[in-house]
Design a protein around this ligand. Structure first.
Ligand SMILES: Cc1ncc(COP(=O)(O)O)c(C=O)c1O
Length: 385
């Protein structure tokens, strides 16, 4: 048996679809397929606007710049971020000139130590960059209560929890905007790709502009007449309304997205079924494992959080010898990574440190099945008893 971390979820039919599209279309760069995919994504998400970009990381960077412009943040303003996440939740904050304020994780939903989050809010806090980690929706009600009536924006990094829900509403609908990743190995894929979702019209327009050099012509037509009239001296095709990037994606990736999206709910169902079976196995080893069981999950991976760090290396080796790939839990405590070491304070990130030492994960997707989970169960009997 070989159980890799990531597997190809693009079918042969999708490859044919793509080849036919390439043969037939005359337009490869962002065009009608991208718009169609954005529309379909908004419908699936239950939001007003979606903006397709070339990665989840670009989505995060774009959202930070768009939020900063939308609300007039000043350099040095603070954005709260988790200690446990993928680096590109945090790096956009730093790259855009804001100060990341790190908050420890927890062992219920992995997101934030909510008491520490409350304590780290200052008059300069402009946003909380909330990450729904590894398929587990964070406690949004608690975060909203902590914010109270302060002017603090919530941005949701939903790259690992696409399709997760809170009270029946999909995560990614609870803040100013949210990001998704369609990278290989995520719940659905466009090979590379990402999405920004929002219900805020101004934020949407800023993301569309900044995705593509700041060009006015990128906005939907309904906005164009007024802008044209306000700038009669500049050729509308080359009218730049704000600073921007080039984070556009292509028609090919959108064709893949349009094909994958209708299958997504089924993919999530299989992932969650696998996770529930995994949970039932883990419960036999509750003295050895910390177990996460949250409502509204959209399982991303199968995480092992060992109570005893000394058991991690031999157990990882045992499953590796038996064909199961594993990796650290995201990137461990990010503050232990060289580029963030200066923010690390011993004792301040106990849970993220514990996860750094004691945790790892293996893959979950629609190809994981009972046969593989049977093998895993036997290995857990050997390695964890
Ligand atoms: C939480 C989180 N944010 C952002 C990203 C970045 O997404 P991408 O790989 O599409 O750039 C990832 C990637 O997996 C992620 O896990």
């Amino acid at each position: 048996m070989f159980w890799p971390l990531q597997e190809n979820i693009i079918s042969n039919e999708e490859l044919d679809l793509l080849v036919n599209f390439i043969r037939e279309t005359k337009r490869f760069t962002q065009f009608t397929k991208v718009r169609e995919f954005e529309q379909a994504y908004s419908e699936w998400m239950g939001c007003k606007y979606s903006v397709f970009v070339n990665s989840g990381s670009s989505a995060n960077l774009l959202m930070i710049y768009a939020a900063a412009e939308r609300y007039g943040w000043q350099h040095g303003d603070e954005v709260i971020v988790p200690a446990l996440t993928w680096p590109t939740t945090v790096t956009p904050v730093m790259q855009a000139g804001f100060t990341p304020v790190f908050v420890d994780a927890n062992l219920d939903d992995f997101a934030f130590d909510y008491d520490q989050l409350a304590a780290k809010i200052t008059p300069r806090t402009r946003a909380i960059f909330l990450v729904h980690i590894l398929g587990f929706p964070a406690d949004i009600d608690r975060i909203k209560k902590i914010i109270g009536d302060r002017d603090i924006v919530i941005l949701e990094d939903t790259c690992e929890t696409q399709g997760g829900t809170i009270g029946g509403t999909k995560v990614g609908n609870f803040g100013l905007g949210s990001s998704f990743s369609f990278y290989w190995g995520h719940h659905m894929t466009t090979v590379e790709g990402g999405m920004i979702c929002t219900n805020d019209e101004e934020f949407y327009k800023l993301n569309v502009l900044k995705r593509s050099h700041g060009l006015a012509r990128e906005l939907p037509e309904r906005y164009q007449a007024d802008i044209r009239a306000a700038h009669p001296d500049i050729d509308f095709q080359f009218l730049f309304l704000t600073d921007g990037f080039n984070f556009r994606n292509t028609e090919f990736n959108a064709v893949l997205g349009l094909s994958q999206l209708p299958k997504l709910d089924k993919f999530i169902e299989i992932r969650n079924r696998n996770y529930r079976r995994f949970l039932s196995i883990c419960r036999r080893f509750e003295d050895k494992l910390v177990i996460l069981d949250r409502p509204g999950m959209s399982s991303f991976v199968l995480p092992f959080v060992l109570r005893d760090a000394a058991m991690k290396a031999p157990f990882r080796e045992l499953i590796r010898e038996n064909g199961i790939e594993s990796r650290p839990l995201i990137s461990g405590n990010l503050l232990q990574q060289p580029f963030l070491k200066k923010y690390y304070k011993a004792g301040e990130f106990e849970v993220a440190d514990m996860l750094h030492r004691n945790a790892f994960y293996i893959g979950n997707n629609q190809f994981v099945n009972d046969e593989r989970l049977d093998v895993l169960e036997k290995l857990m009997e050997r390695g964890l008893s």
